[in-house]
Design a protein around this ligand. Sequence first.
Ligand code: NI
Ligand code: MN
Length: 228
Amino acid sequence: MNITYYGHSCFEVKINNKKIIFDPFICSNPLAHNINIDAIEADYILISHGHEDHIADAEHLAKITNAQIICNWEIGVWLEKKGVKNINPMNIGGKIKLDFGNVKCVSAIHSSSLPDGSYGGNPMGFVIESSEGNFYYAGDTALTYDMKLIGDYRKINFAFLPIGDHFTMGVDNAIIACDFIQCDTIIGMHYDTFEKIKINKLEAQNKFKLSGNNLILLNIGETKLISN
Ligand code: NI
Ligand code: MN
């Protein structure tokens, strides 16, 4: 699977020739000035929760790509009011079959309000299953025993985990999460964008290495092939 990093928690994952964008936050991300949002193509946009740093560009990207938005019910209603057409609202525990594979919504321990203050429903993570492999996108979350269910449910080839601490789990808890989800290949997210979530990247990678896991930190704009 080809993975492209657009900064913060925003990634494009290419599966079975479909492009899936997670948590679009590009135009107002101070670190993502090198990304031209209008050049991004998307077939699906998955949104983990309603916070600005995960949804800021969802409306624009949906309108220029006509991608299908997958999010919780409350975010779906909110985007619909903004004129977004192609919305497939879900909720935690649910799974849907799409042309590239399956999307299952899993729990995340966080909060979720929309940028204008309206109720954002519950935050979610996603487990993606496909013929090219399976992965977990955690969204914003604390470490939680619920992650053990993910490891029991599917063989996860790699996972996107937040590592910036302060608003989500940090590096030490993300290493414990590797055990819970039974996966040793982690792509870090939700770090360095703001002062409060700045991390020492080398130290983080060394800690992962010592625990027998691999922390991949992509440059913004970088594409990496992750094979199973
Ligand atoms: Ni958040
Ligand atoms: Mn966030």
